[in-house]
Design a protein around this ligand. Structure first.
Ligand SMILES: [Zn+2]
Length: 179
């Protein structure tokens, strides 16, 4: 039986030696781990850390982008993406905003952190203010827009964390940024 947050079955070969992986119980309380039958490497699959920034523009509107890639093609999300290994969370949020909507931002607060059963991503969402740049898109977005809060397309948001992040933001959730 699969552990509810286990997606290890999607991997078949050892990343170290290329040998075939076999799922083994290493600890009774933990999910089965992919173990290399050739070199014994245990392939621990970690959560994936993502960041997002809910950006208030100079006009007091919120910046959303429409995704040009799956998952969530054609749906709206605030700018964000995966954190690179070794990259501080705040630097990742600022980088992603620059890449995805062309804006330089200042991070004002932590809104919340989201994780869900069976899902690898952990999403850290910040409240931010645009301090420069020009609204633009790269090849991962169809469009970028500044929207009044009353115009947020709640039925066309890309992810559960998009919906919950915007809801918490509008409810006034603000925490100091750790560090
Ligand atoms: Zn191996």
């Amino acid at each position: 039986m699969l552990h509810p947050h286990d997606d290890s079955h999607t991997f078949q070969f050892c990343p170290r030696c290329g040998g075939p992986l076999e799922r083994r119980v290493l600890k009774a309380t933990e999910p089965q781990r992919p173990v290399c039958t050739r070199c014994g490497f245990v392939f621990y699959l970690d959560p994936k850390i993502a960041v997002g920034a809910i950006i208030r523009s100079e006009h007091g509107r919120l910046v959303l982008v429409r995704r040009a890639i799956e998952p969530g093609y054609g749906k709206w999300v605030f700018p964000g993406g995966y954190v690179d290994r070794g990259e501080p969370l705040t630097a990742a949020a600022i980088r992603e905003a620059r890449e995805e909507c062309g804006l330089d931002i200042r991070l004002d607060a932590l809104v919340n952190i989201y994780s869900y059963p069976g899902r690898a991503p952990v999403i850290v969402v910040y409240a931010a203010t645009a301090i420069g740049g020009t609204l633009a898109v790269d090849d991962e977005q169809l469009e970028a827009a500044e929207l009044e809060t009353s115009a947020i397309p709640w039925d066309e948001l890309a992810f559960r964390s998009t919906h919950e992040g915007l809801r918490d933001y509008l409810d006034g959730h603000r925490h100091p940024i750790p560090g």
